[in-house]
Design a protein around this ligand. Structure first.
Ligand SMILES: [Zn+2]
Length: 56
């Protein structure tokens, strides 16, 4: 059985935004509001691009 180990944090390579994974809402949230980054940035996260959190 494959045990998934999703990343717990990620950082945008473009604008420097940092997110952490929140188990309660099962989604990313901004780790530090002062580093929220560019809201128009098409964030390029430093995690495996193949990983897609399940939405919906
Ligand atoms: Zn970004």
């Amino acid at each position: 059985m494959i045990q998934l180990d999703p990343p717990r944090e990620r950082e945008c390579q473009r604008c420097g935004r940092r997110d952490v994974w929140d188990d309660e809402v099962r989604n990313w949230r901004i780790q530090d509001d002062s580093r929220a980054g560019d809201p128009f940035c098409i964030h390029e996260w430093d995690i495996n691009g193949a990983y897609q959190p399940i939405r919906g």
